[in-house]
Write a protein of this length. Structure first.
Ligand code: G6P
Length: 635
């Protein structure tokens, strides 16, 4: 949800900033811009559209300079036009700012600035208001020799109250007036080799290099240059120079920090031989599931070992209720988790849309354990749900992929997915990793209760067999491609599943919507007859996820109901189901036989592939679908 990159060093800033933006394009891609300070002027290039457009603009007229800021946008306030693209400037045109987040009280701030005589607004954005406010506070402090909050600087306004300190003070004073969220980076024409960054609610990382430093929304933008990172906290303000940086708080207190090593390198964030990140990430799933389990299964104790939960055996045994919350794909993984935890541990489990949960007063028992599930660890609604649960005193754990993300840091403990960077906007490997981890959690909680050692061993063996089975499923890519070609002209698709595979129907429909823009819906198979059947017709295929399990024959009944109304049927099945469904379905996709509880991990993959191949067939931009952003840091 908007990506920002800043650079200060000895190299030309333009290629570093542009490359960083390309790595962050998953965060938003409706417009992009760059501002580089070159001597006494700021060179700005910005335009609507993809970063490739900005790249062309920069190639025509390359900006020079060794420090600057850049931005890729996902519009919140104001249409994606050249004018609304970041960076935005203050009234003097000397200060340039990029911003990820939402300034909720921007109108009130703007009205005040206008009352004070500022008429120089040129965009519809909330960001421009913040640039003007910081600029005004900076300029005012120069004329009055007081700090922007009105107090005298420590040295009484002597010349050593430098421009740098004044700018940082102005940023702090402005941010104290802001209601909303921000990750920002700004430069001032008159202050060489100096960038100020700050965050609240939107991520910001400082990359520490040798004679150069970086700011970015996400480490993937800077990992080609340095693997030393400081993940900033909310209300941190950072002043960055080539060879030093200083972290303080919006309130003006000195800050502390921890330098961390980034786990992955530059090659992990490249497509390699794959045409799209999404396909690469689908094909990574045997490895990512293996990594989600690495070191976490104990044959000796017939259970899972999840030390990151930071809970004693007694605390785990006392869990009386589980709430799983998240958004999008993570929510669908949570829905599989509900079936898993109830089946394996028999603990009442509920799934809550994070966006709803955070705003409602859901009755909770004292012994409720809350899991916030999020690939990015930055989704605003999931973070809001986590904070609300924590505020009420519930133990709240995270299941995140991004190490040191806000949700990972603010939760009481959790389980990292270790899936590696997921760059395709449509989530794939994160779903299977989340479900894998939820299975391990079900196993752990179950083994604190009624699951016998033999049952525990059975689940461990099932989990250990998964990577090999996923490799088998990936061989279905060509078959799903052929099916995609066959149905390339349809206007929509329905998805049905029962029990563990009902959430897979939702997830498969979400994939289809996200990247093919086709109308797609997922439902429990049995709901067909309660309304959806009215939609069935010969040009609307129904996909049934019907492995050979306890509800197979029920699914067959529903398939027959669709067939009787001339609806085409694509079936995902296993074992004896294959022969049976070949007689009634138009297309049958065979997945390996596995215990019910892990079939979602196997059944979702051919449907990820189906959506992928259909989108490619339709000539769509698979990795950057329209209107979407991978990490949604606004509400
Ligand atoms: C956005 C993305 C989805 C993703 C959801 C939750 O809507 O487009 O693909 O599932 O956010 O993301 P998270 O990072 O919290 O898992």
């Amino acid at each position: 949800m908007c990506g920002i990159v800043g650079y200060v060093g000895r190299s030309e800033a333009a290629p570093i900033l542009l490359d960083g933006l390309r790595r962050l394009e998953y965060r938003g891609y409706d417009s992009a811009g760059i501002a580089i300070v070159n001597g006494d002027r700021i060179e700005t290039r910005k335009c609507a559209g993809r970063i490739a457009n900005l790249g062309s603009l920069m190639a025509e007229n390359p900006p020079a300079g060794h420090f600057g800021i850049s931005h890729t946008r996902w519009a919140t306030h104001g249409k994606p036009t050249d004018q609304n693209a970041h960076p935005h400037f203050d009234a003097t045109g000397k200060l340039a700012l990029v911003h990820n987040g939402v300034i909720e009280n921007y109108q009130a701030l703007k009205d005040q600035l206008i009352r004070d005589g500022d008429k120089n607004f040129s965009s519809d954005t909330d960001t421009e208001v913040l640039a003007h406010l910081i600029g005004k506070l900076y300029e005012d402090s120069a004329t009055t020799d007081t700090r922007p909050d009105g107090s005298a600087p420590a040295n009484g306004g002597a010349p050593s109250y430098s421009k740098k300190a004044r700018l940082v003070d102005a940023v702090r004073a402005a941010l104290r007036q802001v209601i909303g969220t921000y990750g920002i980076a700004l430069v001032h024409r008159d202050i060489p080799d100096f960038i100020v960054g700050a965050r609240r609610g939107s991520p910001l990382v400082l990359g520490v290099g040798k004679n150069e430093n970086f700011l970015a929304s996400d480490v993937s933008a800077i990992v080609a240059h340095t693997r030393d990172a400081v993940y900033l906290n909310d209300f941190d303000v950072v002043a960055v120079e080539r060879d030093r940086f200083e972290i303080s708080s919006v309130a003006g207190e000195a800050g502390s920090y921890e330098l961390r090593k980034v786990e992955f390198g530059d090659t992990d964030i490249k497509k390699g031989d794959y045409p799209h990140f999404m396909l690469k990430e689908i094909f990574e799933q045997s490895g990512s599931v293996r990594d989600a389990l690495r070191g976490r299964l104990s044959h000796e104790e017939c259970t899972a070992k999840l030390g990151g939960l930071n809970m004693s055996a007694a605390q785990l045994r006392d869990v009386g209720r589980v709430v799983l919350t998240g958004c999008g794909t993570a929510l669908h993984a949570a829905m599989v988790g509900e079936y898993l935890i109830e089946a394996l541990a028999q603990i009442p489990t509920e799934v809550e849309y994070a966006s709803e949960f955070r705003h409602r007063n859901s009755p909770m028992t004292r012994d409720t354990l809350v899991f916030a599930i999020s690939q990015s660890g930055e989704t605003a609604d999931t973070l809001g749900a986590l904070r609300e649960s924590k505020r009420k005193g519930y133990r709240t754990l995270g299941i995140c992929n991004n190490v040191a993300s806000t949700i990972a840091r603010e939760s009481d403990g959790g389980v990292y997915m270790h899936a590696g960077p997921e760059i395709g906007v449509a989530a794939t490997k994160s779903f299977t990793s989340q479900v894998t981890i939820l299975t391990a959690i079900g196993l752990l909680l179950g083994r604190m209760r009624h699951l016998s050692p033999a049952q525990g061993t059975g689940i461990i063996e099932t989990l250990e067999a998964l990577p090999g089975q996923i490799d088998q499923v990936l061989k279905l890519s060509d078959q799903t491609k052929a099916i995609a070609k066959k149905y390339a002209s349809v206007n929509g698709m329905l998805f049905f599943g029962r029990q563990f595979n009902f959430p897979v129907a939702l997830e498969a429909a979400l994939k289809m919507k996200e990247i093919t823009y086709l109308f797609a819906e997922g439902h429990p198979s049995a709901e067909l007859k309660h309304g959806i059947i009215a939609l069935v017709r010969s040009d609307l295929p129904s996909v049934f996820i019907a492995p050979d399990d306890a509800v197979f024959s029920k699914n067959v009944n529903n398939i027959e109901q669709v067939r009787a109304r001339k609806g085409p049927v694509i079936a995902v099945t296993s074992g004896e189901g294959v022969g049976k469904l070949k007689k009634i379905a138009d297309d049958v996709i065979e997945i390996p036989v596995a215990p019910e509880c892990v079939t979602p991990i196997l059944s979702v993959i051919p449907l990820q592939l189906l959506a992928y191949h259909l989108a490619v067939e339709l000539g769509l931009d698979v990795d950057k679908p329209r209107n979407l952003a991978k990490s949604v840091t606004v509400e």
